[in-house]
Ligand binder design. Structure first.
Ligand code: PNS
Length: 175
C-alpha cells in the first residue's frame, strides 16, 4: 500500500505547544508528515524562516516520520511537489472553522486530489495562538507552558525589552 504523506503548513512564528501537540497527533495517523513553514515576503515575521526551521527541527528530531521544510507560493502546488495527498490543520474552536473551511474549499478547487484533515489539539491549547504568544512575550508576560523552553529562551533573546520590563516590575505578577 502507498505511503500517505501529509503536510502541516503554517507560519509557526513562533512554534507553540499547540503546534507540537498537533504534530504528535498527525505523526500517528500519517506515514510521513512534513511540517512546512510558509516563506511569506509580505509579512514581517518575529523569527526568520531559518530560526523557525531550527526550532522546529530540534523539537521533532525524535519523530522519525516527521520532517521540516519551507515553501513559498501556493500551498497546493508545494503539496503536489512533495507527493502529499493530505493537508493537516488544527481547529481549536468554532472561530477557526470559518477561515479553515474557506481555505480548504479554495484549496480543493485549486487541487481536488488534496484532502484537508482537521485535528483538534488538546483542550489545554484551545486558546493558544502564536499571535498571543508574540504579544505576551513582547509585553513582558510569561509564556511558560505555552511554548517549548527553547522557544521561550529564543523569545527572551529576541525581545530583551520584555525582560527589562519584568525586571523593573511594571507588570504585576498573578496572585
Ligand atoms: O499559520 P497560518 O498563518 O494560519 O498558516 C496559513 C497558511 C500558511 C496555511 C496559508 O496562509 C497558506 O497556505 N498560504 C500559502 C499561499 C496559498 O496557498 N494561498 C491560498 C490559500 S486558499
Amino acid at each position: 500500500m502507498k505511503d500517505v504523506i501529509a503536510i502541516y503548513p503554517g507560519s509557526f512564528d513562533p512554534l507553540t505547544n499547540g503546534h507540537l501537540d498537533l504534530i504528535e497527533r498527525g505523526s500517528k495517523i500519517f506515514d510521513q508528515l512534513i511540517v512546512a513553514i510558509l516563506r511569506n515576503p509580505e509579512k514581517e515575521p518575529l523569527f526568520s524562516v531559518e530560526e523557525r526551521f531550527e526550532m522546529l527541527q530540534s523539537m521533532i528530531s525524535h519523530q522519525s516520520n516527521v520532517r521540516v521544510d519551507s515553501f513559498d507560493g501556493l500551498m497546493v502546488e508545494y503539496a503536489v511537489r512533495v507527493g502529499a495527498t493530505a493537508v493537516l490543520r488544527g481547529i481549536r474552536a468554532i472561530s477557526d472553522y470559518e477561515y479553515e473551511l474557506q481555505m480548504a474549499l479554495m484549496n480543493r478547487k485549486l487541487e481536488p486530489r488534496l484532502e484537508a484533515v482537521f485535528m483538534m489539539p488538546a483542550e489545554a491549547y484551545s486558546y493558544l495562538s502564536s499571535r498571543l504568544v508574540r504579544e505576551i512575550a513582547t509585553l513582558g508576560g510569561s509564556v511558560k507552558d505555552l511554548v517549548p523552553p527553547m522557544v521561550e529562551q529564543k523569545l527572551r533573546e529576541k525581545l530583551p525589552r520584555a525582560d527589562q520590563r519584568r525586571g523593573h516590575g511594571t507588570l504585576k505578577q498573578g496572585k
